[in-house]
Design a protein. Structure first.
Ligand SMILES: Nc1ncnc2c1ncn2[C@@H]1O[C@H](COP(=O)(O)OP(=O)(O)OP(=O)(O)O)[C@@H](O)[C@H]1O
Length: 342
C-alpha cells in the first residue's frame, strides 16, 4: 500500500553542510495494518512521513502509494491521492475560528461536496468519534483529547484509505492517549484504513501496532512484527525503547549487590505463548540442585498473545546451572545478564 524504495532525503542547511534526514530507507506498509515508526528526536520520522504525501520529495529513491510512484503523478492525480490520505497531528492543527462542525466539513467543502451530503457525513463522523453533542463548539472549548477526536473526524471526512499520524498522542495524558489509541484501532477495523504512525513512545507501538520500524540517524535499524521486536530485540536502541515500557531492568546498585554476594548467576528468561502458562522454571530447577530467585519480571499482553520477561538468579554449582540453562533453552529464551542494562 505504501512502499519506500531506497529513499533518502538530504537537506542542505548551508553551502557546505547537509543533513541526511532519511538515509536509504526501504519499507513496505501493507493494506489494513497499523504500522509504527519509532525513534528519538531527530531520527528522521517526520521527514519520512512527509514523503508519503509529497510534502517533501525524495532526493533519491521512490515512494509508491497503491503501486504508483508519487513523484510521477500529475497535479490532478496528486490532489486525488491526497484526498485518500488523511493526516492527524500532535498539535491537532484545527481552525480556531471554525466550529467543530466547520472543521470536519472543511475538506468536504474543498472537494465541492453538496451541502446536504456534507451535513450527513459530518454528523456521522462526529457520532463515530463520540462528539455528536459538540458540533457547535469551538476548538478552544475542547480538551486535548476532544480536539484530537475532531482531528480524526476531519481526517476521515474524504473517506481515506490511509491515515498518517504524526505523534498524535504526544500532547495527551496517559488515559486520554489510551482512548485516542482505541479510537484509531476502531478506525482501522471498521473502515479498513491503513495507519502509518510515528511516535517516540513504545507504549503506542505496543498498544496498537502490528509492525514496527525503529529509526536512528535517518536509517531503519530494525523492523519486524511488534511481537518479534518485543520478544527478541537486536539493537541497543530498540532494547532501550522496550525497557522504557516493560520496566524490566535491574538497577545498577542491585546488580552490583547481586554480583558482590556471589550467590548465583543472573539470567533473563523470556517466555512466549503457551510457555507463560506453565511452571517451566520451577519444574526444571526441581530436577537439579539449583534454586531460582526471581529478581524482577512481568507477564504482559502483546498482539493478543502473552509473553513473560523475568530476570532470575540461579543458585547452585556451575555445572548444574549450565544444565538447567540448557534444559530451559529447549522451551524458552534464556540469556545471561552480564551488566545491569542486559
Ligand atoms: N527542512 C529542513 N531543513 C533542514 N534540516 C531539516 C529539515 N527538516 C528536518 N531536518 C533535519 O533532519 C533531521 C531529521 O528530522 P525529523 O524532524 O525528520 O526527525 P524526527 O525523528 O521527526 O524528530 P522529532 O521527533 O524531533 O520531530 C534532523 O536533524 C533535522 O534537524
Amino acid at each position: 500500500m505504501i512502499e519506500f524504495r531506497e529513499v533518502s532525503k538530504v537537506f542542505h542547511t548551508s553551502k557546505q553542510n547537509e543533513v541526511k534526514a532519511v538515509n536509504d530507507v526501504s519499507l513496505s506498509v501493507n493494506e489494513g495494518e497499523i504500522f509504527g515508526v519509532i525513534g528519538l528526536s531527530g531520527a528522521g520520522k517526520s521527514t519520512l512521513l512527509r514523503l508519503v504525501n509529497l510534502l517533501e520529495s525524495p532526493t533519491y529513491g521512490e515512494v509508491l502509494v497503491n503501486d504508483k510512484s508519487i513523484s510521477t503523478l500529475s497535479p490532478k492525480e496528486l490532489r486525488q491521492m491526497r484526498q485518500k490520505i488523511g493526516m492527524i497531528f500532535q498539535n491537532f492543527n484545527l481552525f480556531n475560528s471554525r466550529t467543530v462542525f466547520g472543521n470536519v466539513a472543511y475538506p468536504l467543502k474543498i472537494a465541492k461536496v453538496p451541502k446536504q451530503e456534507i451535513k450527513k457525513r459530518v454528523n456521522e463522523l462526529l457520532s463515530f468519534v463520540g462528539l455528536a453533542d459538540k458540533a457547535d463548539q469551538y476548538p478552544e472549548q475542547l480538551s486535548g483529547g476532544q480536539k484530537q477526536r475532531v482531528g480524526i473526524a476531519r481526517a476521515l471526512a474524504t473517506s481515506p484509505d490511509i491515515l498518517i499520524c504524526d505523534e498524535a498522542t504526544s500532547a495527551l495524558d496517559p488515559e486520554t492517549t489510551g482512548e485516542i489509541l482505541n479510537l484509531l484501532k476502531k478506525v482501522n477495523r471498521e473502515f479498513n484504513v491503513t495507519i502509518l504512525l510515528i511516535t517516540h513512545e513504545m507504549n503506542v507501538i505496543r498498544t496498537i501496532c502490528n509492525r514496527v520500524a525503529v529509526m536512528e540517524n535517518g536509517e531503519v535499524i530494525e523492523e519486524g512484527s511488534v511481537y518479534d521486536i518485543f520478544t527478541n530485540p537486536q539493537e541497543r536502541t530498540t532494547q532501550k525503547f522496550i525497557s522504557s515500557v516493560l520496566n524490566d531492568h535491574i538497577s545498577s546498585n542491585l546488580f552490583k549487590q547481586l554480583q558482590a554476594s556471589k550467590k548465583g548467576r543472573l539470567y533473563r528468561v523470556i517466555f512466549m505463548g503457551d510457555a507463560t502458562n506453565q511452571p517451566v522454571l520451577s519444574n526444571i530447577a526441581k530436577d537439579y540442585n539449583v534454586s531460582v530467585n526471581i529478581i524482577n519480571g512481568n507477564i504482559s499482553e502483546l498482539q493478543e498473545a502473552l509473553f513473560g520477561n523475568l530476570v532470575v538468579e540461579l543458585q547452585g554449582n556451575d555445572n548444574e546451572i549450565d544444565q538447567v540453562v540448557e534444559e530451559l533453552q529447549k522451551q524458552v529464551q534464556v540469556k545471561e545478564v552480564t551488566d545491569h542494562a542486559g
